[in-house]
Design a protein around this ligand. Structure first.
Ligand code: KIV
Ligand code: NA
Length: 265
C-alpha cells in the first residue's frame, strides 16, 4: 500500500480501473475505510447532516470541518483526503477560495479540496490548481444550491445535458483533477465520463462513471432515516449500535455489568 496521489486517479482512468470513495468524519472510520482499501476519503460538508444534525449542508462552517478533516487525515494511512469547502467560503472570489483552501491545507493537512458549481467557478478552480492545491469539482445536483435548484432534483436532463458536459469540460480545463456527478441521468454521466480525461465520480449517476462515492452513514445504515434511491445499504450499523446500547443499559440496570473480570482488586 502507498499513499494515493492525484496522478494515480488519472492512471486508473487510463487503465479503466474503477475505484470507490467514501465520506469520513472521524478517526475510526478513516482508519477502517483506509484499511478496507478505499483510496480516497471525502470529509464532506454532508457532516452538516451526518455529524452536526443540520437539515442540509448550508450552515456548515470551516471551523466545524477543520477538526474533522484533521482527524480523518490522522486516521488515513494511504487514502487521499479531500476536504469540502463549505457554502459561502469560496463563491465570492478566487481569493476567498484560496484563503479557505489554505486553511484546510495548513491547519488540517488536507491533501485536496472540493467545491460545487460549474463554469462560473472556473476562476476559483484555476486559482487553487495554480497554487498547488489539488481541487475536485462537484456538478449535477449540488446540495449547497438546494434552494435555487428547487429541492433534491435530478440535474442535466434534456437540454441541460449539454450544459453539464460544458461545465465538466470547463472544470477540467481550469485544472480540476476529478469531477463528482451527483444525481445525473446515467447516459449523461456516461457522456461526461467519455469526454473527460480526468475521472468522474458518480453518486446517483449510473454505472459508467470512473469512480463511485457514497455518504458512509447512508451506505452503512448509521443513518436510520430515509436514504436516496441511489444508495445501496451494505450494513445496519444503526441497529448494531442500538442493540449494543440497549444491552449495556439492561446489564447496568440488572447489575450484570460490571462483572468481576471488569473490576480491580
Ligand atoms: O458532502 C458530501 O458528502 C459530498 C458527496 C456526496 C460527494 O459532497
Ligand atoms: Na459535499
Amino acid at each position: 500500500p502507498r499513499r494515493t496521489r492525484v496522478h494515480h486517479l488519472l492512471e486508473w482512468k487510463r487503465e479503466g480501473r474503477r475505484w470507490p470513495m467514501l465520506t469520513a468524519y472521524d478517526v475510526y472510520t478513516a482508519e477502517i475505510f483506509d484499511d478496507a482499501g478505499i483510496p480516497v476519503l471525502l470529509v464532506g460538508d454532508s457532516a452538516g447532516n451526518n455529524v452536526f444534525g443540520h437539515r442540509n449542508t448550508i450552515p456548515v462552517t470551516v471551523d466545524e470541518l477543520l477538526p474533522l478533516t484533521r482527524a480523518v487525515v490522522r486516521g488515513a494511512t494511504n487514502a487521499l483526503v479531500v476536504a469540502d469547502l463549505p457554502f459561502g467560503t469560496y463563491q465570492i472570489s478566487p481569493a476567498q477560495a484560496l484563503e479557505t483552501a489554505f486553511r484546510f491545507m495548513k491547519e488540517a493537512d488536507a491533501h485536496a479540496v472540493k467545491l460545487e458549481g460549474g463554469a462560473r467557478f472556473a476562476p476559483q478552480i484555476e486559482a487553487l490548481a495554480g497554487s498547488g492545491i489539488p481541487v475536485m469539482s462537484h456538478l449535477g445536483f449540488t446540495p449547497q444550491s438546494e434552494h435555487a435548484l428547487g429541492g433534491f432534483r435530478i440535474q442535466g436532463r434534456g437540454d441541460a445535458a449539454d450544459r453539464l458536459v460544458e461545465d465538466a469540460l470547463a472544470m477540467q480545463e481550469a485544472g480540476a483533477f476529478a469531477v463528482v456527478l451527483e444525481m445525473v441521468p446515467a447516459d449523461v454521466a456516461k457522456r461526461v465520463t467519455a469526454e473527460l480525461t480526468v475521472p468522474t465520480i458518480g453518486i446517483g449517476a449510473g454505472p459508467d462513471c470512473d469512480a463511485q462515492v457514497l455518504v458512509w452513514p447512508d451506505m452503512a445504515g448509521l443513518n436510520r432515516g430515509r436514504v436516496p434511491k441511489f444508495v445501496r445499504r451494505y450494513a445496519d450499523v444503526g441497529a448494531v449500535l442500538h442493540d449494543a446500547a440497549s444491552r449495556f443499559a439492561e446489564d447496568v440496570r440488572g447489575g450484570e455489568y460490571p462483572a468481576d473480570e471488569h473490576s480491580y482488586s
